[in-house]
Design a protein around this ligand. Structure first.
Ligand SMILES: [Zn+2]
Length: 199
Protein backbone atom coordinates (compact mmCIF):
# COMPACT_ATOMS: atom_id res chain seq x y z
CA UNK A 1 0.00 0.00 0.00
CA UNK A 2 0.98 3.61 -0.02
CA UNK A 3 -0.23 7.01 -0.97
CA UNK A 4 -0.10 7.88 -4.64
CA UNK A 5 0.21 11.23 -6.30
CA UNK A 6 0.97 12.87 -9.61
CA UNK A 7 3.48 15.72 -9.65
CA UNK A 8 3.32 18.49 -12.25
CA UNK A 9 6.42 20.68 -12.34
CA UNK A 10 7.05 24.09 -13.91
CA UNK A 11 10.60 23.96 -15.32
CA UNK A 12 10.78 27.67 -16.05
CA UNK A 13 9.49 29.31 -12.84
CA UNK A 14 12.21 31.19 -10.98
CA UNK A 15 12.46 31.08 -7.19
CA UNK A 16 11.16 34.64 -7.08
CA UNK A 17 8.08 34.18 -9.25
CA UNK A 18 7.06 30.69 -8.10
CA UNK A 19 4.63 31.89 -5.42
CA UNK A 20 2.70 34.26 -7.69
CA UNK A 21 2.62 31.75 -10.55
CA UNK A 22 1.38 29.00 -8.25
CA UNK A 23 -1.45 31.22 -7.08
CA UNK A 24 -2.33 32.04 -10.69
CA UNK A 25 -2.65 28.34 -11.50
CA UNK A 26 -4.75 27.69 -8.39
CA UNK A 27 -7.02 30.62 -9.30
CA UNK A 28 -7.51 29.12 -12.77
CA UNK A 29 -8.30 25.66 -11.39
CA UNK A 30 -10.71 27.20 -8.84
CA UNK A 31 -12.45 29.06 -11.66
CA UNK A 32 -12.82 25.75 -13.52
CA UNK A 33 -14.26 24.08 -10.42
CA UNK A 34 -11.38 21.58 -10.16
CA UNK A 35 -10.32 22.63 -6.65
CA UNK A 36 -11.64 24.89 -3.87
CA UNK A 37 -9.85 28.11 -2.87
CA UNK A 38 -9.40 27.24 0.82
CA UNK A 39 -6.73 25.03 2.36
CA UNK A 40 -7.14 21.83 4.31
CA UNK A 41 -4.71 19.40 5.91
CA UNK A 42 -6.91 16.57 4.63
CA UNK A 43 -6.18 17.50 1.01
CA UNK A 44 -2.47 16.67 1.14
CA UNK A 45 -0.21 14.27 2.94
CA UNK A 46 1.82 16.09 5.57
CA UNK A 47 0.91 19.53 4.29
CA UNK A 48 -1.92 21.80 3.26
CA UNK A 49 -3.81 21.42 0.03
CA UNK A 50 -6.81 22.70 -1.84
CA UNK A 51 -9.74 20.25 -1.56
CA UNK A 52 -11.28 18.97 -4.78
CA UNK A 53 -14.05 20.95 -6.41
CA UNK A 54 -17.20 19.70 -8.14
CA UNK A 55 -15.56 19.49 -11.59
CA UNK A 56 -12.78 17.07 -10.60
CA UNK A 57 -14.31 14.13 -12.59
CA UNK A 58 -13.62 16.12 -15.77
CA UNK A 59 -9.88 16.09 -15.03
CA UNK A 60 -9.38 12.33 -15.27
CA UNK A 61 -9.81 9.85 -18.09
CA UNK A 62 -13.14 8.04 -18.29
CA UNK A 63 -13.16 5.22 -18.75
CA UNK A 64 -9.71 3.71 -18.46
CA UNK A 65 -10.13 0.01 -17.68
CA UNK A 66 -8.42 -0.65 -14.40
CA UNK A 67 -6.96 2.84 -14.40
CA UNK A 68 -9.64 4.86 -12.67
CA UNK A 69 -10.61 4.35 -9.07
CA UNK A 70 -13.75 6.46 -9.27
CA UNK A 71 -12.93 7.78 -5.81
CA UNK A 72 -12.66 11.52 -5.27
CA UNK A 73 -9.04 12.64 -4.97
CA UNK A 74 -7.70 14.26 -1.81
CA UNK A 75 -6.69 17.56 -3.32
CA UNK A 76 -3.96 19.75 -4.77
CA UNK A 77 -0.84 20.85 -2.92
CA UNK A 78 1.35 23.66 -4.27
CA UNK A 79 5.00 23.31 -3.30
CA UNK A 80 7.39 26.25 -3.57
CA UNK A 81 11.15 26.21 -3.43
CA UNK A 82 13.85 24.20 -5.12
CA UNK A 83 13.12 20.52 -5.03
CA UNK A 84 14.08 17.42 -7.00
CA UNK A 85 10.86 15.75 -8.13
CA UNK A 86 11.09 12.12 -9.09
CA UNK A 87 8.14 10.61 -7.30
CA UNK A 88 10.33 9.80 -4.27
CA UNK A 89 11.45 6.74 -6.21
CA UNK A 90 14.86 7.82 -7.59
CA UNK A 91 13.17 7.15 -10.88
CA UNK A 92 15.09 9.35 -13.30
CA UNK A 93 15.46 7.21 -16.42
CA UNK A 94 17.74 9.24 -18.62
CA UNK A 95 19.11 12.70 -19.26
CA UNK A 96 19.66 14.40 -22.59
CA UNK A 97 22.53 16.80 -23.25
CA UNK A 98 21.38 20.37 -23.96
CA UNK A 99 24.28 20.86 -26.39
CA UNK A 100 24.41 17.76 -28.60
CA UNK A 101 21.04 16.15 -27.73
CA UNK A 102 22.63 12.76 -27.05
CA UNK A 103 20.55 10.81 -24.54
CA UNK A 104 22.25 9.08 -21.64
CA UNK A 105 20.07 6.24 -20.30
CA UNK A 106 20.62 5.13 -16.71
CA UNK A 107 19.09 1.70 -17.20
CA UNK A 108 19.70 -0.76 -20.01
CA UNK A 109 21.04 -4.11 -21.06
CA UNK A 110 23.84 -5.52 -18.86
CA UNK A 111 26.24 -5.78 -21.80
CA UNK A 112 26.11 -1.99 -22.11
CA UNK A 113 25.73 -0.83 -18.50
CA UNK A 114 27.40 -3.55 -16.47
CA UNK A 115 26.03 -6.53 -14.55
CA UNK A 116 23.25 -4.60 -12.78
CA UNK A 117 22.00 -2.99 -15.97
CA UNK A 118 22.34 0.32 -14.19
CA UNK A 119 24.64 3.27 -14.87
CA UNK A 120 25.51 3.77 -11.20
CA UNK A 121 28.09 6.49 -11.85
CA UNK A 122 25.70 8.40 -14.08
CA UNK A 123 22.87 8.22 -11.55
CA UNK A 124 25.18 9.34 -8.74
CA UNK A 125 26.44 12.29 -10.79
CA UNK A 126 22.88 13.37 -11.61
CA UNK A 127 21.58 13.18 -8.05
CA UNK A 128 24.68 14.86 -6.60
CA UNK A 129 24.34 17.74 -9.06
CA UNK A 130 20.59 17.91 -8.38
CA UNK A 131 21.19 18.04 -4.61
CA UNK A 132 23.72 20.86 -5.02
CA UNK A 133 21.18 22.84 -7.05
CA UNK A 134 18.42 22.12 -4.50
CA UNK A 135 20.63 23.49 -1.73
CA UNK A 136 21.01 26.76 -3.61
CA UNK A 137 24.17 26.07 -5.56
CA UNK A 138 25.05 25.45 -9.16
CA UNK A 139 26.30 22.17 -10.55
CA UNK A 140 27.30 20.99 -13.99
CA UNK A 141 26.92 17.63 -15.66
CA UNK A 142 29.51 16.52 -18.19
CA UNK A 143 28.47 14.97 -21.48
CA UNK A 144 30.38 11.88 -22.52
CA UNK A 145 29.34 12.34 -26.14
CA UNK A 146 30.36 15.93 -26.89
CA UNK A 147 32.62 16.63 -23.93
CA UNK A 148 30.94 19.86 -22.80
CA UNK A 149 29.57 20.56 -19.36
CA UNK A 150 26.27 22.30 -18.74
CA UNK A 151 24.25 23.19 -15.63
CA UNK A 152 22.18 20.22 -14.48
CA UNK A 153 19.01 22.32 -14.83
CA UNK A 154 19.62 22.64 -18.56
CA UNK A 155 19.71 18.88 -19.14
CA UNK A 156 16.40 17.33 -20.05
CA UNK A 157 15.58 14.68 -17.46
CA UNK A 158 13.10 11.84 -18.01
CA UNK A 159 11.13 10.78 -14.95
CA UNK A 160 12.42 13.64 -12.83
CA UNK A 161 12.31 17.43 -12.68
CA UNK A 162 14.32 20.13 -10.95
CA UNK A 163 11.80 22.85 -10.23
CA UNK A 164 10.90 25.62 -7.81
CA UNK A 165 7.16 25.25 -8.42
CA UNK A 166 5.31 21.96 -8.41
CA UNK A 167 1.68 20.94 -8.15
CA UNK A 168 1.05 17.70 -6.29
CA UNK A 169 -2.26 16.02 -7.11
CA UNK A 170 -2.86 13.67 -4.15
CA UNK A 171 -4.59 10.35 -4.71
CA UNK A 172 -5.72 11.65 -8.08
CA UNK A 173 -6.32 9.34 -11.04
CA UNK A 174 -4.13 10.13 -14.04
CA UNK A 175 -4.76 13.65 -15.26
CA UNK A 176 -6.07 14.26 -18.74
CA UNK A 177 -3.59 16.06 -21.02
CA UNK A 178 -5.71 19.20 -21.13
CA UNK A 179 -5.17 19.73 -17.40
CA UNK A 180 -1.44 20.01 -18.09
CA UNK A 181 -2.25 22.49 -20.86
CA UNK A 182 -4.41 24.57 -18.48
CA UNK A 183 -1.47 24.74 -16.10
CA UNK A 184 0.96 25.66 -18.88
CA UNK A 185 -1.40 28.39 -20.12
CA UNK A 186 -1.86 29.83 -16.62
CA UNK A 187 1.92 30.11 -16.23
CA UNK A 188 2.21 31.98 -19.52
CA UNK A 189 3.45 29.06 -21.59
CA UNK A 190 6.08 27.58 -19.30
CA UNK A 191 7.44 24.07 -19.89
CA UNK A 192 5.41 21.64 -17.79
CA UNK A 193 6.41 18.05 -17.05
CA UNK A 194 4.76 15.45 -14.85
CA UNK A 195 5.26 12.05 -13.35
CA UNK A 196 3.88 9.58 -10.84
CA UNK A 197 4.85 9.36 -7.19
CA UNK A 198 4.25 7.24 -4.13
CA UNK A 199 5.08 7.61 -0.46
ZN1 LIG B 1 26.59 16.49 -25.38
Amino acid sequence: MGTYYQWVADLDATDEEAGALGQRVVDDLVRRGVVLPGLSSEAALGGQGHPVGPAWPETVEHPVPGGVSGEPPWGLEVRLGREVHDGAQYSVEAVTCPRCSVRRPFYGPPDELGPTGTDEAGLRAFYEAAATWRDGGEADLACAACGTTAPVTRWQAEGAALASLVFVFWEWDELRPEVLRWIADATGGHRIVDGPGKV
